[in-house]
Design a protein. Structure first.
Length: 162
């Protein structure tokens, strides 16, 4: 029996200051070793990631957002139309469409965006993005705990080893 898991995908360029908040956050989540949480870090989304996405019960895509309000935002995602599959998979909806059409399963998905104000070359987060990073990390921990409670019988059956 396949154990359900939560996949957290962080993407962005860690050499462009705030643009790297997705990979940085997901790296931090990985060090927590949360039960039934798997992580994937990449500079950009690509069709090759759709296999891992298709195996998850829930997936969270974490990215920097320059055009959004200065707050952490969660948006539910649905797979894009199949016609987009010929395009470069830079959008989580396209990746979900790949997972659905190639592997037969598109998981429940969320887009977690963290405000970004500085995309200059550098490796440090701005104060705004740093605050969003910490807020998002707390939210992901709470979500992981809730996910494990929902699947408590399976979490206990594998001793939280995920």
């Amino acid at each position: 029996m396949k154990t359900p898991h939560l996949l957290i995908v962080g993407y962005g360029n860690t050499l462009r200051s705030d643009d790297g908040v997705g990979p940085r956050l997901v790296e931090a989540v990985g060090t927590l070793r949360l039960p039934h949480v798997k992580t994937l870090i990449c500079q950009q989304l690509s069709p090759e990631h759709s296999g891992a996405v298709s195996l998850a019960e829930v997936v969270i895509f974490v990215d920097a957002a320059v055009d959004a309000p200065h707050e952490v935002q969660w948006r539910e995602l649905k797979p894009g139309p199949a016609a987009q599959l010929l395009a470069h998979a830079a959008d989580p909806r396209t990746l979900l469409a790949f997972a659905r059409d190639v592997f037969g399963h598109a998981p429940q998905a969320w887009w977690l965006t963290i405000p970004a104000v500085n995309l200059e070359f550098g490796e440090h987060l701005s104060p705004t993005t740093e605050a969003g990073y910490h807020e998002a990390l707390v939210q992901i921990k709470l979500l992981a705990e809730q996910f494990c409670r929902i699947h408590e019988d399976k979490c206990l059956a594998v001793g939280h080893g995920g």
